[in-house]
Design a protein around this ligand. Structure first.
Ligand SMILES: C[S@@+](CC[C@H](N)C(=O)[O-])C[C@H]1O[C@@H](n2cnc3c(N)ncnc32)[C@H](O)[C@@H]1O
Length: 263
């Protein structure tokens, strides 16, 4: 384990995914991811890796749809320990930067809300590592946030602030990098993948969920809300930022990318 990732790992160890924003329980988003994997079409017994799995919520949904050998990999041991044996017995405690996995051993790798949290310099090397562990004709499914045109600076600053308040040390651990849709495709193609946008979705967030899921305290939520309320008008429009009687709301656009390792 790299020492410099200590704070971030601890932040994830204490997170309560059950109270996380509703997208983590959104069946239609899972359905897009599932169809992208092609697991609905295979008659074999594929090997699937849920990368940066957290407590295995996505694997829990996929396993109900299609039997396969599901592996869950994360660097937060307390999240991996929440995965029930019915969901997966195959847990790998590791960092994505150094995958303890044999080359060409997986049919499918799926990563939901993971890669954007890595720094811009680490993302290409991690994606190259995923290319290596996939079998020829295997696929990588990336389901994650995107920065719509003209919003990258603000969105990355807002997400980085949330992570910093949650415990990430930007000096030693760097900052997240949420690519635009075309930047995502470029990243994947540069690693050798043939890439297509398989689907899109939206994460409808009530910011109070960040406190409920123990990502931030009440006081920290106040700072985050202020950042969002102070956003320039064009940002408010793109992310449909609004306040109602339930709280402050923001809609984040998402993409599901299918990246194939052609043989
Ligand atoms: C936002 S959560 C998403 C969890 C899960 N993919 C889901 O959609 O339910 C990100 C996960 O990535 C893990 N993670 C972050 N950086 C990592 C790294 N460098 N190596 C391995 N896991 C990491 C965290 O511990 C956390 O569980």
């Amino acid at each position: 384990m790299r020492k410099e990732n200590f704070n971030l790992k601890e932040a994830y160890n204490k997170r309560t995914f059950d109270a996380a924003p509703t997208i983590y329980r959104d069946k239609s988003f899972v359905e897009i991811i599932y169809l992208a994997t092609g697991l609905n079409e295979t008659s074999e017994d594929p090997k699937v890796l849920d990368l940066m799995s957290g407590p295995g919520k996505l694997t829990g949904e996929l396993v109900n749809k299609s039997p396969a050998n599901y592996y869950c990999l994360d660097f937060a041991g307390s999240q991996l320990s929440k995965i029930s044996p019915e969901v997966s017995n195959l847990r790998i405690l590791a960092e994505v930067q150094s995958l303890p996995i044999v080359y060409e051993s997986f049919d499918v790798v799926v990563v939901r809300f993971g890669i954007k949290d890595l720094t811009a310099d680490v993302q290409p090397e991690v994606i190259e590592g995923l290319f290596r562990i996939l079998k020829p004709n295997g696929c990588l499914i990336v389901a994650d946030m995107i920065s719509p045109e003209g919003t990258g600076e603000w969105l990355n600053a807002q997400h980085a602030l949330k992570q910093e308040l949650s415990g990430r040390n930007p000096q030693t651990e760097g900052k997240c990098n949420i690519p635009s849709e075309s930047e995502w495709i470029e990243l994947l193609e540069k690693a050798g993948f043939k890439t297509e946008v398989f689907g899109r979705s939206v994460s409808y967030v009530n910011t109070s969920a960040w406190k409920k899921s123990k990502q931030v305290t009440e006081e920290q939520l106040g700072k985050l809300n202020q950042k969002i309320v102070d956003a320039p008008d064009h940002i408010k429009e793109v992310f449909n930022i609004r306040q109602d009687s339930d709280g402050l709301k923001i809609d984040y656009p998402l993409v599901v990318l299918k990246a194939i390792k052609l043989s």
